[in-house]
Design a binder for this molecule. Structure first.
Ligand code: COA
Length: 258
């Protein structure tokens, strides 16, 4: 693909935004490629995906050159474009695999949105984050549900309104980032996460992820049936049976990577 590099090494897919000259800002082409990839996953035994950016920076958000051209678009054209963007974020957010974000340099605007749709974000100590849209006279609209789900309403109010850039340390404190490291050590931290994930059952991971999305923000009583059904199904599933038997037989379950 022209704007996206996808490499698979065994059960791990490495997906890299590949427009380094514009700091991996996303235009129509990158949006289409990322959506196509995300909607086709999982394939070929992939169990974990890692999202990164080529060159100096993770992602500078939407391509401002491309967006500025939208002045000539009709409202319907603009809506269609925004819907394509929303579809990309949704596809990444709903990926049935764990998605690890590798953030170096900057994650601004939609780039911070990409971090928000990752399950685990590992950021360089000196990485810069920001929901900077208001500085450009626009708003972080399409990414808002994902960003608010991660950082909460209070931080979203401050950060969406000020558009201020903030550190990886702050991003970690508010839940956008899960681990920080020197840029040279990012891959080692990610490898450790990958190893950990490969010892958990793939179907259980996908099920847990879907359950979080379904249950989040709802009252326990309102989701009691859903959660009971979910565990009842997992107990009798092949994975559930294999996992519990393997524990009792003091052996590794079949999905456990060596
Ligand atoms: N859209 C289009 N082009 C972008 C871009 C974006 N979002 N972000 C950076 N670029 C382009 C620059 O215009 C520049 O192009 P040029 O070489 O033709 O002049 C090139 O990428 C390099 O940018 P530069 O600012 O020189 O790189 P840097 O490494 O010093 O800084 C950033 C990187 C990401 C910190 C900085 O480019 C930036 O702040 N970008 C704006 C991010 C933003 O506000 N995004 C929100 C979008 S909603």
């Amino acid at each position: 693909m022209a704007s996206l590099t996808v490499l698979q090494a065994g059960p791990v897919v490495y997906v890299s935004l590949d427009r380094p000259l514009v700091r991996n800002a996303f235009n129509e082409e990158l949006i289409t490629e990322l959506t196509t990839w995300a909607e086709a996953v999982p394939s070929d035994g992939a169990r974990v995906a890692v999202l990164s950016g080529e060159g100096k920076t993770f992602c500078a958000g939407a391509d401002l050159m491309w967006m500025s051209k939208m002045l000539g678009y009709s409202h319907e054209d603009n809506l269609r474009d925004a819907e394509a963007l929303a579809r990309m974020f949704r596809a990444l957010n709903d990926l049935p695999l764990p998605l690890i974000g590798r953030v170096h340099g900057a994650a601004l605007g939609g780039g911070a949105g990409l971090a928000a749709v990752c399950d685990i974000v590992v950021a360089a100590d000196d990485a810069v984050f920001g929901f900077t849209e208001a500085k450009l006279g626009i708003i972080p609209a399409v990414i808002s549900p994902f960003a608010i789900a991660k950082v909460g309403e209070s931080a979203a109010r401050e950060l969406f309104l000020t558009g201020a850039r903030f550190s990886a340390k702050r991003a970690r404190r508010i839940g956008l980032v899960h681990a920080t490291a020197a840029e040279n050590d990012l891959d080692a931290v990610i490898d450790a996460y990958v190893r950990e994930l490969l010892t958990s059952a793939p179907g259980a991971i996908a099920g847990a992820k879907a359950l979080i999305a379904e249950v989040s923000g709802r009252k326990p009583a309102d989701v009691a049936t859903i959660t009971a059904r979910a565990i009842a199904q997992r107990r009798v599933s092949a994975e559930g049976q294999e996992g519990m038997r393997a524990f009792l037989e003091k052996r590794r379950p079949g999905w456990h990577a060596d």
